[in-house]
Write a protein that binds this ligand. Structure first.
Ligand code: PGA
Length: 254
C-alpha cells in the first residue's frame, strides 16, 4: 500500500504573519505521518517560521531549487541551503516554472539529480496543455517528459520520487480533470515507469494529481487506484481546507 501524500503549493502567496496564522492552526490538525504525508511547499523566506512550528506530522517543502550546490547565481536557492533548514521536499518542474522561467526537461533533470544528492524528496510535475489533450498527444507529451526528465536516475532513486500529474489546463482554472481521466492518465504514467524501471518501481512510486483540487472533489480523486495523493495550489492556502484535505486521505486507507 502506497502512503498517500497531500501537498500544498503556496506559490507566491503568504507573508510571514499569514504563514504563522496558518501553521499555528494546522500543525496539530493533520493526520499522523505514519498514515499520510502532509506537506506545505512554501517560499524560502517563510521556511524558518514554518519549520520551527511544523509539529510532528507536517513536513515542509520548497517550490524550486538550483541544480548547483553553490555558486554565483544571484537570487537562487540551493539544495544544501534547504537541507540546512530541515526542508524535506522540493517541487521541481512546475508548469509555471517551465512556462515563465524557461525550465526545460534537461534543467528539470539536473534539479532532480541535485535534490536527490541533497537528500530532498523531489515532487516532479509533468502535464500537457489543453491543445495537446484535445489533439490526442497527451501520452506522447508525458512519455517525453518522463524519458528526458528522469535520465540517469536509477531505480532505487525513482522509488523515492513523487510524480505530480498536473494537466496545465486544470491549474488555477477551476477546471478539474474528471477523477476517471486523472486516474487513467496517472495509470499511463505508472505503466511508462514500469516499462523503463520495472514492475516493482511502478508499484512503489507515488503519483499525485494536481489542478483545481479542493475539498469538494478530493474524495473522489483519492478513491482512484492510481492516484496516491494530490498537489494543491489555491485551496491549500486556507487552513481549514488543508486540514480537511489531509484527513480525507485517511479514507483511502480504509
Ligand atoms: P491549483 O494549483 O490547485 O490552484 O489549480 C495546482 C498547482 O499549481 O500545483
Amino acid at each position: 500500500m502506497r502512503k498517500p501524500i497531500i501537498a500544498g503549493n503556496w506559490k507566491m502567496y503568504k507573508t510571514r504573519d499569514e504563514a504563522l496564522f496558518f501553521i499555528l492552526k494546522v500543525s496539530d490538525g493533520v493526520p499522523s505521518i505514519k498514515d499520510v504525508d502532509s506537506v506545505i511547499c512554501a517560499q524560502a523566506p517563510l521556511m524558518r517560521c514554518l519549520i520551527k512550528r511544523q509539529g510532528d506530522n507536517l513536513r515542509i517543502g520548497a517550490q524550486n531549487m538550483h541544480y548547483a550546490d553553490e555558486g554565483a547565481f544571484t537570487g537562487e536557492v540551493s539544495g544544501p541551503m534547504l537541507k540546512s533548514y530541515n526542508v524535506d521536499y522540493v517541487i521541481i518542474g512546475h508548469s509555471e516554472r517551465r512556462a515563465m522561467f524557461y525550465e526545460t526537461d534537461e534543467i528539470v533533470n539536473k534539479k532532480i539529480v541535485a535534490a536527490l544528492r541533497n537528500d530532498l524528496i523531489p515532487i516532479v510535475c509533468i502535464g500537457e496543455h489543453l491543445e495537446e489533450r484535445e489533439n490526442g498527444s497527451t501520452n506522447a507529451i508525458l512519455h517525453s517528459q518522463i524519458m528526458k526528465g528522469f535520465v540517469n536516475i536509477d531505480a532505487k532513486d525513482m522509488k523515492k520520487i513523487i510524480i505530480a500529474y498536473e494537466p496545465i489546463w486544470a491549474i488555477g482554472t477551476g477546471k478539474t480533470a474528471t477523477a476517471d481521466l486523472a486516474d487513467e492518465t496517472c495509470g499511463y504514467i505508472r505503466s511508462v515507469i514500469g516499462e523503463v524501471y520495472g514492475a516493482d518501481v511502478a508499484e512503489a512510486i507515488r503519483i499525485q494529481y494536481g489542478g483545481s483540487v479542493n475539498p469538494g472533489n478530493i474524495d473522489e480523486l483519492l478513491s482512484k487506484a492510481n492516484i496516491d495523493g494530490v498537489l494543491i495550489g489555491g485551496a491549500s492556502l486556507n487552513p481549514d481546507h488543508f486540514i480537511y484535505m489531509t484527513n480525507a486521505a485517511m479514507k483511502r486507507l480504509k
